[in-house]
Write a protein that binds this ligand. Sequence first.
Ligand SMILES: CC(C)(COP(=O)(O)OP(=O)(O)OC[C@H]1O[C@@H](n2cnc3c(N)ncnc32)[C@H](O)[C@@H]1OP(=O)(O)O)[C@@H](O)C(=O)NCCC(=O)NCCS
Length: 210
Amino acid sequence: MTDRLTVEQVCAPRTPSRSVLVEGATLRLREFLPSDVDGVLGIFGDPRTTREFGMPPFARSDAAALVEQARAGAARTPRTHYRLGVSEIATGELIGSAKLIVEDQSAEGGMVRVGYRSAEVGLALRADRVSFGHSVEIGFLLGVLGFDRLGLHRVWSGFMPSNIAAQRAIEKAGMVREGVLRHYGHVDGVWHDIVQYSILEDDWKALCGR
Ligand SMILES: CC(C)(COP(=O)(O)OP(=O)(O)OC[C@H]1O[C@@H](n2cnc3c(N)ncnc32)[C@H](O)[C@@H]1OP(=O)(O)O)[C@@H](O)C(=O)NCCC(=O)NCCS
């Protein structure tokens, strides 16, 4: 039965290479490189971006740590953490950071028994690349990775209700609003609601016309 898949089965690479490379018409999702630290600082060093995550802008050491964590996650077996760079195919320039984290849910106990076939996704574009419509292409690339390559059943994302751009972008990418997780986040002594969206395997197939 598909809901009995183990983390090894879901997260084992289906291609000989462990490295992720997913390309669309103009953008690619790719592994982070040690040389990406300044590019990551360009994304998360900007308060316009980090305020949406309820955190202060990155220092260079934070950017270096993100690249290091991304590369460590890529080397782990089974792989559950996909922190990837978004770069322009034409120029090779890093313009964003995406994540897909396969959930480490126990198959035993609790009412949630989706095993390892659920993942959280997130995206941050450099502030000067926001509102160009890139999120639809990146959403598609994350769908290719999550559903087609990793065999996931459910992909979800959450953000603060004040983040109207994310809400608009995620709906354009075909995700469905599930509801509000009340006081799910706690930032600087303040509780924040999180609005949650998801896309299921069947939604993805319908979106792709399969
Ligand atoms: C959220 C984010 C990924 C969206 O990506 P994007 O490529 O900029 O999104 P798109 O250009 O495809 O669409 C954004 C939509 O929001 C709209 N929008 C942007 N800012 C808005 C605002 N303040 N109020 C209302 N609508 C807004 C845009 O007009 C666009 O809608 P349209 O296509 O109907 O014109 C990007 O804005 C981003 O990286 N933000 C910072 C980090 C973040 O918030 N990440 C989300 C948490 S996971």
